[in-house]
Structure formats: structure tokens, C-alpha cells
Design a protein around this ligand. Structure first.
Ligand code: HEM
Length: 520
């Protein structure tokens, strides 16, 4: 399913991180111009002219002939070997300064602006402008973005806020476990779950929808309801036509079907979200009319916030939903895959979980304070497979100096997270899945900027705590019930970069029921 959400050209992956894929980067004024305020002491800095530069032909060669098209994350590692920790990519309309060392990353991100920016999001904002829908956390910028995040962060970003979603997430986990039992039983060996990416996508979509809409949408039922399926297809359509829409000139929009398909994808996404939001709105109004107290979770909180119009709520909910599915589902996939290949790690995790939670009890958010190894497993998964392998920053207001180089404002930066997470100096034996490296047991811990899978600072991931809680609740329950083993017919799974890191093939895993369990 994640594959459906992917775009399939080199440009998208070059264009940046979470958002860059859908972005038409404009060549911004990177040489000193009259609008640039050059510090008095600029003379002591080098400029981007001094940096090694990757041009269009080199890039084309690597992407097409060296086969990096779907492995742009690995290209980060290769280019680091060739050019070092900072270099420039200037190809076609794309221009950016790439960085891949913890020192540079830390220096840049610590200079992040009050309203950090990842870059141009025109391709998403166009639809919203066309239909008069408000912007969400991805698309909003500046002061308005700041105000929006102040509202969205509440009830979501702090661990104590996310804890309140424990029960609803656990209901979804229970249904996911039931689905695993069902799938195993229908498999020839009686314990195999095939196409796990698809199953985890359904789990993650159900999870985030339940949190956001306070309504179950049926992704874990054997027959997905038609409206939900239409919504899933709309997400796929929107993502798969994004790139064509970015690449093709605007005058083709009325001639070719792509723009219409792209718009119909968004229509489906917002139509579904709008219906659920409106019916929640109606229920709230009804309660208010009856003089009853209005209580509820995230959507009720947003709808009863006087600073947000309904249009704003549509915009934000849709973006939260889009950001919260492939990220969590693919991280879960990589975690289960790595655990299946490392029995000793899995065993240690099982021992930790079973010593904290008795067989007849479902883990709760509070239990995870006693499960450092579970947290380390997720951290290590995100280190080895940073599901968002590249991020970006655009300093909008100020010139900036990094690593002794001067960059005028509006210089786009590419943050090569994948290359950093493979750096042997920070992570000895980076190819090994070693959750221990994250334990606070007296050993030296990795540099804090070595792995920042949720981004950094005030623009960092708003769903981080929700995602972590979802993954802890699901993984602890699965490991308590099953021993996970690889399906030898699958072979070694590699990551492809399709906006997020996805598996290069269908992943199947054996779920062997542990002794004494029957939790159906
Ligand atoms: C494993 C799970 C996830 C990972 C690794 C992840 C990673 C990221 C990263 C790297 C960013 C960019 C941050 C930056 O620029 O500094 C981001 C932004 C964002 N994420 Fe997540 N994410 C995950 C799950 C979620 C979930 C579950 C939600 C929704 C509840 C979500 C909503 C968002 C939103 C709305 C933004 C944009 C924030 C802004 O621009 O203000 N993410 N995420």
C-alpha cells in the first residue's frame, strides 16, 4: 500500500523530505544579491561557490545508469564518500546544499528560525486555494503556522497528552491481533502472514483515523467498507499523480488527464474527512443544545477551539492523516522484519515485555516507562531505516553561516538523515541492528544529532508521541503473543526510497503462537 503512496521519479526524491517530493523548488537567489544582507565579516567565510557541485549530467548518470533512482537514500552515502560532509546539488530547477555530518546538522538546526520552513509547498496549497480549504501544519508557513502548531501540539505532542489515546489505540491493536490470527489460520502453514506492508498500512490508517476522527473506519474488517476503500484509493491517486503534475507545465492540465486525477484524489480525501468532521460537529452541536458537557478527544478539541474555523480543521486533519500512516506502518514493518532476523534481540524484548506485563493483561501507555529495550528497538529501527530519509530547511529571514561557509537567506538545505545514520564514527557497525546502543546503562550514547528521525525543533513531527505510543502498544502486544520468524522464500529485504523507506518486495512473516497463549 505504501507503494501506492509513492511517486516514482528521481526528481521527487531529490526535491527533499516529507514535503519536497511534491514541491517544485524554485531556484532561489543563492548568489549574493541586493536583497541579501551580507554580514560585515563575510570575508572570513567561504561561499557555496567553493563547494563541490553535482550538476544535471552527473545526477542523471547516477540516477539512470548507476541505478540510484529508487535508492536515493543510498546515493546520500555514496556522495558523502565522494564529496564529504557538505556539497551542492544544482540540477535543472533544483538547487540545494546537502549536508550529512552531525556537526553541520547541529550547527544549522540550532540556527533554525522562529518559523522554520522546509520549502515551497505550492503543489499542495494549489488545491486548498482552489477549493477554499484552510492550510494544515505542512502547508502553512510563518506566523500563521506558528499559531496553528500551538493549537495542534496541545493534546498531541507531550507524552502525557498522547497517553490519553492509549485505550483507543489498544482497541485498534486488539482488532489487528485478531486479524493476524485470522490471516495465519487461512495460510497453508497456519502461521504465515503475507504482505505485511498492506496489513500494517490498514492498522496505521485505522489507528490514526480513530484518534483524529474519534470514529472507527473499518480498515481491519475482512471487507473494508466501500467509502473507506474509496478514501484509501483517493490517497493513492493523489500521491501517484503528484509527480506528473509537478513535472508537466500548467498548460497541459486541461489537455491531459493527470491534473484531473490529482484533483479527484484530493476531492476524495477531503470529502471523506469532511463527512466525518461534519457529523462530529453535528453531534457536538446536539450536545450543546441539550446543555450537555462537550467532551471528547482530538477532533472535539479542535472543533471546539474558537481560533480555528471549520475550514482550518479540514485542512489540518487531512494533513495529519496523510503524515501518520506510511511513516508508522513502514517503521513497524522494519521493526518486525529486523526482529525476525535477530532471535536474540527478539528474545530479550520478549523477556522485558513479559516481565512487565502479565499474560492476562494488555500493556498500557504507563507500562512503557519500564520498557527501555522496547524503546531502544524502535529507536534502532528508525536509525537503520529512517522512514523519512531526507529532510530540508530553507532559511527565509536570515543569511546563515554553517561549517565556515556563508549562505544568503533563501538558500535551500537538504539534510541527509540516512547518510548520517550509516556513519560508522557515530554508529559503529551501522549495518547491524543493535538496540543496545540506545540503552542508558552507562555506555556512551550516540551523538544526539546522529539520528533525528522525527526532525528537529518547533517544526519537528507533531505526531511523534502518537506514533511512538502506537508502535509501543502494537509491538509489545505482538511480541507477547507471537514469536516472529522470517519466511525464507522472501530473501533479504532492501529499502526503496518512495518518499518514505519502503520494502523492495512483499514481506511475509511467520507468527508462531507462544506457549500458553490463546488471545483470540
Ligand atoms: C514513525 C513515525 C513518524 C516519523 C518517523 C515522522 C517523521 C517526521 C519528520 C522527519 C517530519 C519533519 C520534521 C522537521 O521538518 O523537522 C515530520 C513532520 C510532520 N509529521 Fe511526522 N512522522 C511520523 C509519524 C507521524 C504521525 C503519526 C503524524 C500524525 C499524527 C505525523 C504528522 C506530522 C506532521 C503534521 C508534520 C509536519 C509538521 C510541521 O510542518 O509543522 N507524523 N514527521
Amino acid at each position: 500500500m505504501a507503494t501506492r503512496l509513492a511517486l516514482s521519479s528521481a526528481k521527487k526524491e531529490l526535491l527533499g523530505p516529507v514535503k519536497g517530493v511534491f514541491t517544485r523548488w524554485r531556484k532561489t537567489g543563492t548568489s549574493a544579491s541586493s536583497s541579501v544582507s551580507v554580514p560585515a565579516n563575510q570575508g572570513k567565510f567561504r561561499t557555496e561557490e567553493d563547494l563541490p557541485c553535482i550538476g544535471s549530467l552527473q545526477l542523471l548518470y547516477r540516477v539512470v545508469f548507476q541505478g540510484y533512482l529508487k535508492r536515493m537514500h543510498e546515493l546520500q552515502v555514496y556522495e558523502k564518500q565522494l564529496y564529504g560532509s557538505i556539497y551542492k546539488v544544482s540540477a535543472g530547477g533544483f538547487h540545494s546544499i546537502a549536508m550529512n555530518s552531525v556537526e553541520l546538522m547541529e550547527e544549522l538546526l540550532r540556527k533554525d528560525e522562529k518559523f522554520p520552513c522546509r520549502g515551497d509547498m505550492t503543489i499542495w496549497t494549489e488545491y486548498r486555494d482552489l477549493k477554499g480549504i484552510g492550510y494544515g501544519p505542512f502547508t502553512e508557513e510563518g506566523e500563521r503556522w506558528y499559531q496553528l502548531r500551538a493549537i495542534l501540539n496541545k493534546r498531541m505532542l507531550h507524552p502525557k497528552d498522547s497517553v490519553q489515546y492509549g485505550d483507543v489505540i489498544n482497541e485498534v491493536v486488539t482488532d489487528f491481533v485478531k486479524r493476524i490470527y485470522h490471516l495465519r489460520q487461512t495460510s497453508p502453514s497456519g502461521d504465515l502472514v503475507t504482505n505485511l506492508s498492506n496489513e500494517l498500512y490498514r492498522f496505521a490508517l485505522e489507528g490514526i483515523s480513530t484518534i483524529l476522527f474519534e470514529t472507527r473506519i473499518g480498515c481491519l474488517e475482512n471487507e473494508i467498507p466501500a467509502e473507506t476503500q474509496d478514501f484509501i484509493d483517493s490517497i493513492g491517486r493523489m500521491f501517484s499523480y503528484s509527480m506528473l503534475v509537478v513535472l508537466l507545465p500548467k498548460w497541459t492540465r486541461n489537455l491531459l488527464p493527470f491534473w484531473r486525477q490529482y484533483i479527484s484524489g484530493w476531492d476524495g480525501i477531503f470529502g471523506f474527512a469532511r463527512k466525518l468532521i461534519d457529523s462530529k460537529m453535528e453531534a457536538i452541536r446536539h450536545r450543546v443544545d441539550l446543555g450537555q458537557e462537550v467532551e471528547g478527544e482530538y477532533l472535539t478539541y479542535l472543533l471546539s477551539n474558537k481560533k480555528l474555523t471549520n475550514k482550518d480543521v479540514y485542512g489540518s486533519i487531512a494533513e495529519l492523516l496523510l503524515a501518520g500512516v506510511d511513516t508508522t506502518s513502514n517503521t513497524m514493518l522494519w521493526a518486525l522484519y529486523e526482529l525476525s532476523r535477530a532471535p536474540e534481540v527478539q528474545d530479550r524484548l520478549y523477556k522485558e515485555v513479559s516481565s512487565c506485563v502479565s499474560a492476562d493483561r494488555i500493556p498500557t501507555a504507563q507500562d512503557f516507562a519500564q520498557m527501555p529495550y522496547l524503546k531502544a528497538v524502535i529507536k534502532e529501527t528508525l536509525r537503520q531505516y529512517p522512514v523519512v530519509p531526507v529532510n530540508a530547511r530553507l532559511m527565509v529571514e536570515h543569511d546563515v553561516s554553517v561549517g565556515g561557509y556563508f549562505f544568503p537567506k533563501k538558500t535551500p538545505f537538504t539534510l541527509c538523515h540516512y547518510a548520517m545514520s550509516q556513519d560508522e564514527k557515530i554508529f559503529p557497525e551501522p549495518w547491524k541492528f543493535k538496540p543496545e546502543r540506545w540503552l542508558r546503562d552507562g555506555r556512551e550514547r550516540p551523538h544526539p544529532f546522529g539520528s533525528i528521525p522525527f526532525g528537529f525543533g518547533v517544526r519537528g513531527c507533531v505526531g511523534r508521541r502518537i506514533a511512538e505510543l502506537e508502535m509501543y502498544l502494537a509491538l509489545s502486544r505482538i511480541i507477547r503473543l507471537f514469536e516472529i520468524r522470517p519466511d525464507p522464500s522472501v530473501g533479504e529485504v532492501k529499502a526503496l526510497n518512495r518518499t518514505v523507506l519502503v520494502a523492495d518486495r512483499q514481506v511475509n512473516l511467520h507468527f508462531l503462537e507462544r506457549d500458553g497463549f490463546s488471545a483470540r
